[in-house]
Design a binder for this molecule. Structure first.
Ligand code: MTE
Ligand code: MO
Length: 443
């Protein structure tokens, strides 16, 4: 047996076993330790440090094989990263969901690598995606001439349009609701505003003939339901005809002048900016024109729906009392500086970010450094086009050293302003547009 552990000395658990050769021989884990990786942690540091790292003493420490990576560290210490999306915080890996820290959203146009990923199911395998043979079918009971287009045909037959479009998950900000709502615990990073190129949904639908009774469209994608059941879609949502026929509603094959990233829907996606991201179907294979509200997976309440009337936190809401979310509410994000900055109090500090307002535009952004007691107006740029976010910027000056918070508050063109506190609790935790706050130390 190994000797009793003396955790006051700086020596690794592996060394404890090394004093007993019989025991050590059985320790295959121990021999696989890579000294330069975080696994080396166990070799080089004391049991005390390991206990601190896992958040408590380890009563059975003497039974732990040398080099064993405590599960607590294996899970948290080695951040899982998505190819091409380094820097995103993974909230769930089955299905994959990852958000972008606020300071990585500072670009006017969100780079592909910083666009969040929200998957409801299992994407089609990348190797199985063949752009040449990919087709989009336009059909449904309210489509006169159901047609199947290759991507080359879409590109050849219809005029190309490029718009910068805000895509925000309806559940962005969910993490702040109390009582908490199930689902990805998004903080602030399920939003992006890249530039999409494609053809107008309207042009394609009109070419196929829209019947007079058409009221809704629905999309289908090539991803599969997490259960693997081929008869269930991962998600199949849509928008009322009026939204589908807007100039900015696109069937896009390109993002920022390149192929759409695999996780964001390569090779083809719908983009309807300003509405919950869930209406912008990825890996697009089919659009149906409907004479009723589309009834695909996640169209029905409580998915992407909120109570018709305000409810007390924790209330159980009957299905018939929900309405489907349409335009997203006014919101803003401070993207510079990064929260936690230490700043020389004698110098002004530039503060900047973005504000967006669903189908509306942004009228004003204000910034506060005194917990909302006073506000200063930021400079606000026009959006490059409808449904794109606006850039805001200002300078703040700290009166004395100490801890400050920078708060940003936007107002939309209808006069609605972001709330200071988490707004209307709802069962699924949608539409949290509370003011974003970041921390700064002035020295
Ligand atoms: N086919 C398909 N389309 C989809 C989804 C999906 O899981 N499958 N997720 C939706 C949701 S809920 C959101 S918020 C956006 C996210 O887009 P992104 O992953 O490109 O950021 O895609 C939407 N379109
Ligand atoms: Mo979403």
């Amino acid at each position: 047996m190994p000797k009793p552990i003396d955790d006051t000395k700086t020596r690794g658990i592996h060394e404890l076993y090394a004093e007993d050769p019989t025991q050590a021989d059985e320790l295959t884990w121990g021999r696989e330790v890579d000294p330069v990786s975080r696994r080396g942690f166990l070799k080089k540091s004391s049991l005390l440090a390991m206990a601190a790292a896992v958040g408590g003493s380890i009563p059975f420490a003497d039974k732990m094989p040398g080099g064993l990576i405590p599960a607590a560290l294996a899970q948290s210490d080695e951040p899982f990263s998505i190819e091409g999306k380094e820097g995103l915080v993974v909230l769930n890996d089955r299905p994959l969901n990852a958000e972008t820290p606020a300071h990585l959203l500072d670009d006017d146009v969100t780079p592909a690598k910083y666009m969040f990923v929200r998957n409801n199911g299992i994407p089609p395998e990348l190797q199985s995606i063949d752009v040449e043979s990919w087709t989009l079918e336009i059909t449904g009971e309210s489509c006169n001439n159901p047609t199947r287009f290759s991507i080359a045909e879409l590109k050849g037959k219809f005029k190309h349009h490029t718009y910068q479009l805000t895509v925000e998950c309806g559940g962005n900000g969910r993490a702040e609701f109390v009582p908490s709502a199930s689902g990805n615990q998004w903080t602030t990073g399920a939003v992006a505003c890249p530039r999409y190129t494609g053809v107008r949904l309207r042009d394609v639908l009109e070419a196929c003939g829209i019947k007079d009774d058409a009221i809704y469209i629905g999309y289908y994608g090539a991803d599969s339901h997490p259960s693997g059941d081929p008869n269930r879609e991962a998600i199949s949502r849509g928008v009322p005809m009026q939204k589908a026929l807007e100039d900015e509603s696109l069937i896009a094959w390109s993002m920022n002048g390149e192929d759409i990233p695999y996780q964001n829907g390569y090779p083809l996606r719908v983009v309807c900016g300003g509405w919950p991201g869930s209406v912008s179907g990825k890996w697009l294979t089919k659009i149906v024109v409907r004479n009723q509200k589309h009834d695909g997976n996640k169209m029905a309440a409580p998915s992407y729906s909120v109570p018709k009337h305000p409810v007390a936190p924790g209330t159980e809401v009957p299905k018939e009392d929900f309405i489907t979310i349409h335009s997203m509410p006014i919101k803003s994000l401070v993207t510079f500086p990064k929260t936690g900055l230490t700043h020389d109090k004698n110098k002004p500090l530039e503060v900047r970010g973005h504000a967006w307002a669903g189908d509306l535009s942004v009228k004003e952004v204000q910034v506060s450094i005194d917990f909302g007691a006073t506000w200063q107006k930021a400079t606000l740029k026009d959006a490059p086009n409808r449904l794109a976010w606006h850039r805001f910027a200002t300078e703040v000056q700290f009166p004395q050293p100490g801890y400050y918070e920078i708060w940003a508050k936007a107002t939309d063109s209808d006069g609605s302003t972001q709330p200071m506190v988490v707004p209307g609790w709802n069962p699924k935790g949608y539409l949290n547009n509370a003011c974003h706050r970041i921390a700064v130390q002035a020295v």
